[in-house]
Design a protein around this ligand. Structure first.
Ligand code: NDP
Length: 256
């Protein structure tokens, strides 16, 4: 039992928004553990290129799929075709996301809509198709990617924080509804990691200083530091863990 506790070898994992950034690192981490991985983004050529690179690096089977997660119909069609081709994923990581920043009074309705569609509605669209299929099979693991910003407010990101607060609560609600199908649903909430999404921030020395001061670990996170928590939540080791939100943030949300 203990030897296989964290084993995810040959499990099929779909990671949304894995063309770059944290999603790419998470998919790579799962592939290194022997999972079969499905990479995703909007640009199929880019996703295929990344899939080839990860397959070569890890020896894992890596597929590529592309669709816009904000388009409910396109999402459903792409996922149904994917299931027909590759089978029902054992693992779904809802990672695709977007950040837009502006003072609250200057936030545009179109930016609000884009945030809600990409960071929140997409989880509903993607998860519903996948968890229906997981439910028919009788098992599955869903991991939603939240943010420290669901717990900590900051100037200029109220709408982003609101979507991530929604992700946290959607996680709990999905966990409640899907438990009877033996599907565990959890959330990983990262602290600050340097990606394309926040490049304007980590190129700003003052913001760097703020992160280092505000984080008890006194630094930004390394991509690999998210992988262990994900593997745990995707493995049999977490079979009685559901509806939880794990902050991987160097201690940021545990202090004022
Ligand atoms: P990136 O901008 O580097 O990557 C975002 C990914 O999401 C890309 O693969 C992109 O694919 C995909 N994506 C965005 N919009 C869509 C869409 N409409 N349809 C399909 N795919 C889409 O961001 P990060 O890696 O930084 O963020 C990943 C997740 O982690 C997000 O949910 C974010 O909120 C969360 N997070 C990030 C933190 C950080 O410090 N970086 C901290 C806390 C949470 P493509 O553009 O190729 O289509």
């Amino acid at each position: 039992m203990t030897q296989t506790l964290f084993n995810i070898r040959d499990r099929l994992a779909l990671v949304t928004g894995s063309s770059r950034g944290l999603g790419n690192a998470l998919a790579r981490g799962l592939a290194h553990q022997g999972a079969r991985v499905i990479l995703h983004g909007r640009n199929l050529a880019l996703v295929q290129e990344e899939a080839r690179a990860i397959a070569q690096e890890t020896g894992a089977t890596v597929e590529a799929v592309s669709f816009d997660v904000t388009d409910a119909q396109a999402t459903q069609q792409a996922l149904e075709a994917l299931i027909a081709q590759c089978g029902v994923p054992d693992i779904l990581v809802n990672n695709a996301g977007l950040q837009r920043r502006a003072p609250f009074n200057e936030f545009t309705p179109s930016d609000w809509d884009a945030l809600v569609a990409t960071n929140l509605s997409s989880l509903f669209y993607v998860s519903q198709v996948i968890t229906r299929a997981m439910g028919e099979r009788g098992s599955g693991k869903v991991v939603n990617i939240g943010s420290v910003q669901s717990k900590l407010a900051r100037e200029t990101i109220a709408p982003y924080s609101a979507t991530k607060g929604g992700v946290a609560m959607l996680t709990q609600g999905m966990a409640a509804d899907l438990a009877r199908f033996n599907i565990q649903v959890n959330c990983i909430s990262p602290g600050y990691f340097k990606t394309e999404m926040n490049s304007a921030l980590w190129q700003d020395p003052a913001f760097n200083q703020w992160v280092e001061k505000r984080t008890p670990a006194q630094r930004w996170g390394h991509f690999d530091e998210l992988v262990g928590t994900l593997v745990y939540l995707c493995s049999d080791a977490s079979s009685f863990v559901s509806g939880q939100n794990i902050f991987v943030d160097g201690g940021m949300t545990s202090v004022v």
